[in-house]
Design a protein around this ligand. Structure first.
Ligand SMILES: N[C@@H](CCC(=O)N[C@@H](CS)C(=O)NCC(=O)O)C(=O)O
Length: 373
C-alpha cells in the first residue's frame, strides 16, 4: 500500500520532528523520504523555491511547507484522529503559546549545543546532514553536506550565540530542563493525556537537537529523564505512558505548567517585544511581497534584549510574526469571559502582555514563504 503523504525531512532536522510526531500521533499514513531524491530536486525544490524542510507532498502533488501549515492542512482535511487544538478556549490559547515558544523560542540552546562542541558532535552531525549516504555518495552529495553544515553553523551570530551570551544560554537551558522535568514526571503530555499543538511545537528544538545531539542529549537524559521520555513518547503512535502508573487523567490544567509560562515571560517575551519594536520601525511592504529586508536570510532587522544577565543582539525573522499572530488572533477571537480567565492565569506569571502583542504590520504566507499581508 502506498502512503497517502510523503514527508520530505531528515532525523537531524528540528522542524521535521514536529511534523513527523504529528503524523505519527494522528495515525496518518506517510512515508518519510530524504530530500535528496531526483523527484525532490527537480519537482519539489523548484516549487518551494528554497532548500527548506520539512515539505509534505500529497498523492495529488500538492506541496505544503511549514509545519504549522502541514498540521492545519491535515486538520482541515479531517485526517486528525485527535485534533491538535484543544476544545477548551483557555487550553487552546495556551497550547498556541507553547507552539510559538517551541518553534521559535529555543533556537539559541538548540543551535549552540549543535555547533559549539565539534569534538564531541562532529561525527554525529555530519552523519545526520547526509553522511548516511555512505562512502559511495557522489561528489555533489558530499559537497552539499559541507555546504548545508556551513550554512547552519553560520546562523549562530545572527541568533546571538556568542562567547558573551553562552553562559546565560546554558544556564537558562538548565533552568528549563528542571521545569520540564518537574512537569513530565507527573504528566505525560503538556496538557494531560493527549498531545496538543503545544507538544508538537515543543518537539522542534527539544527532539532533533536537544534530545539527540550528543552533548545536550546527555544533559537531558541525566537532568531531565522524564522530558527525554516525552520526546520518545511523542514519536509513538500509542499513548506510551505505561511507565507512569500513578498518573490519572484529569480535566484540571497541570499546576506545573505555570512555571513554564513564567519561564516564557522571563526569557522569551522580552525578545518578542523587541521583535515587534523592530518591525514597527519598518515601513512595511506591498501586500504579497517578501517580508524581508534580506531575502538571503529572511531577516527584518536586528535588535537587542536582556536575557538573564546577558544582552543578546540578534536577527528578527519574519516567521516569528506569523506564529505570534496565531496567538494574538486567537486571543482576540475568544469570548470576553474566556479572555478574562486567560488573563487571570497569565497575569501573575508576567505573560499577559503576550496575548495582545500586535505589530503595526502583519505577515502572512504565500508560495511557501513569508510575505507582507
Ligand atoms: N517555520 C518553518 C521552519 C522550517 C525550517 O527552518 N527548517 C530548517 C530545517 S529544520 C531548514 O530547512 N532551514 C533552511 C533555511 O532556513 O534556509 C516550519 O515550521 O517548517
Amino acid at each position: 500500500m502506498t502512503a497517502a503523504l510523503t514527508l520530505y525531512g531528515v532525523k537531524i532536522s528540528m522542524f521535521t520532528g514536529k511534523a513527523r510526531s504529528y503524523l505519527i500521533k494522528q495515525g496518518i499514513p506517510f512515508t518519510e523520504v530524504a530530500p535528496v531524491s531526483e523527484h525532490f530536486n527537480t519537482v519539489v525544490l523548484p516549487q518551494i523555491g528554497r532548500r527548506i524542510i520539512p515539505v509534505v507532498e500529497t498523492e495529488g502533488g500538492t506541496l505544503i511547507q511549514d509545519t504549522t501549515d502541514i498540521i492545519d492542512y491535515c486538520e482541515d482535511k479531517g485526517l486528525a484522529k485527535m485534533s491538535a487544538y484543544p476544545d477548551d478556549a483557555q487550553r487552546h490559547l495556551l497550547s498556541l503559546i507553547l507552539e510559538l515558544f517551541g518553534d521559535e523560542g529555543l533556537l539559541r540552546p538548540a543551535m549552540h549545543y549543535r555547533w559549539n562542541f565539534p569534538e564531541q558532535t562532529n561525527g554525529f552531525i555530519t552523519h545526520g546532514f547526509g553522511g548516511w549516504q555512505g562512502p559511495d555518495a557522489t561528489d555533489d552529495a558530499k559537497a552539499q553536506i559541507k555546504k548545508t553544515m556551513k550554512k547552519f553553523n553560520g546562523f549562530l551570530p545572527a541568533l546571538g550565540v556568542s562567547p558573551d551570551t553562552i553562559p546565560e544560554v546554558e544556564r537558562s537551558f538548565g533552568e528549563l530542563l528542571d521545569i520540564l522535568e518537574s512537569h513530565f514526571v507527573r504528566t505525560p503530555y503538556l496538557f494531560g493525556d493527549t498531545p496538543t499543538i503545544g507538544d508538537y511545537g515543543m518537539m522542534c528544538s527539544l527532539y532533533a537537537h536537544l534530545a539527540r545531539d550528543p552533548v545536550p542529549s546527555g544533559l537531558m537524559k541525566n537532568r531531565a529523564p522524564s522530558l527525554f521520555r516525552w520526546t520518545e513518547r511523542m514519536n509513538e503512535a500509542h499513548s506510551d505512558y505505561s511507565d507512569m502508573p500513578y498518573y490519572s487523567p484529569s480535566d484540571e490544567l497541570p499546576e506545573t505548567l505555570s512555571a513554564l509560562f513564567k519561564y516564557i515571560a522571563d526569557y522569551f517575551l522580552p525578545e518578542l517585544q523587541m521583535n515587534v519594536e523592530v518591525i514597527n520601525a519598518l515601513p512595511g511592504g506591498e501586500s504579497g511581497t517578501p517580508a524581508s529586508i534580506n531575502p538571503q536570510m529572511a531577516v527584518l532587522g536586528f535588535g537587542g534584549f536582556k536575557h538573564g544577565d546577558a544582552t543578546i543582539q540578534c536577527a528578527v525573522r519574519p516567521i516569528r510574526f506569523y506564529m505570534l499572530q496565531r496567538v494574538t488572533d486567537y486571543f482576540a477571537s475568544m469570548k470576553k469571559d474566556d479572555q478574562k480567565a486567560a488573563l487571570n492565569y497569565l497575569e501573575p506569571l508576567g505573560l499577559a502582555p503576550l496575548v495582545t502583542l500586535t505589530a503595526k504590520h502583519r505577515v502572512t504566507r504565500k508560495d511557501h514563504t513569508e510575505v507582507w499581508a
